[in-house]
Design a protein around this ligand. Structure first.
Ligand SMILES: [Zn+2]
Ligand SMILES: [Zn+2]
Length: 252
């Protein structure tokens, strides 16, 4: 997995959520253009965790930018609820053209196709086995269990599924989980359904193993130093890896 965008804020030095599984398949579309360039054209599968803008921002722009060179329909996977939100609010011929009804420039088929995923079902998508599961973050939001090896929460807030999966299945050895705000912003974190270092620590009390490699993502840019300080204060900093743009995690 190559991290194309590790953060919850877009700045000159931080990019929005995008996680490339291999050259054909990516989770979330926060940063596809600047990171991939023309390699965007190799993508067949774009999985979306939820419809918040930081996870879909490059999707409409990239499809338009590369339209004339897209050779086969790009498949967009998400829960039906998230697909509905994206269709109604982005690809609605008002904010942006409905590329699911626009034929490819040269080949048969429409430019994008939407594919609804159901929670807790396993799907083979590209070279990966993906199991979406509900997170408690936004309408239709999900995390993914990837290749029976990694739990990828995306934006999550409190979510007992994460810990249940990890406790029950020892094949799951990697966890990517968000921390967005410092603990002092607990109210904002709860309102926006995000984790703080303190909330993560209390969540981790549900984890009955100590052999899970934990990666942290989605830090809000303005709070990076504060979040790192807090992780140190509560003794978590040495137990986790904070993801950055271009970090890599092995998935086999
Ligand atoms: Zn979100
Ligand atoms: Zn987000």
């Amino acid at each position: 997995m190559k991290v194309l965008g590790a953060f919850g804020s877009k700045t000159k030095n931080s990019q929005l959520s995008s996680y490339l599984l291999d050259e054909n398949t990516v989770i979330d579309a926060g940063n596809l253009i600047q990171s991939l360039g023309d390699d965007f054209l190799k993508l067949d599968n774009i999985l979306i965790t939820h419809a918040h803008f930081d996870h879909i921002a490059d999707l409409p722009i990239a499809i338009d930018t590369y339209y004339s060179r897209i050779k086969r329909p790009i498949k967009i996977f998400a829960t039906q609820k998230v697909i509905d939100i994206i269709q109604e609010n982005i690809f609605n011929n008002k904010v942006w053209p409905d590329f699911s009804k626009i034929p490819l420039f040269e080949n048969e088929g429409n430019t994008i196709t939407f594919h609804a995923l159901e929670y807790f079902k396993e799907y083979t998508i590209g070279n990966f086995i993906m199991k979406p599961y509900p997170s408690f973050h936004s309408d239709g939001s999900c995390g993914y269990v990837i290749n029976n090896q990694m739990v990828f929460t995306s934006d999550t807030f409190l979510c007992y599924h994460t810990w249940q999966f990890l406790n029950e299945n020892k094949n799951l050895t990697k966890l990517v989980i968000e921390v967005s705000f410092p603990s002092a912003y607990n109210r904002l974190a709860v309102l926006s359904k995000h984790l703080t270092p303190a909330l993560l620590k209390s969540e981790l009390e549900s984890l009955e193993r100590d052999d899970v490699k934990i990666y942290i993502n989605h830090l809000k840019y303005e709070f990076i130093d504060k979040i790192i300080d807090e992780l140190k204060e509560i003794g978590l900093y040495d137990k986790v890896t904070i993801l950055e743009d271009n970090s890599e995690i092995e998935i086999v």
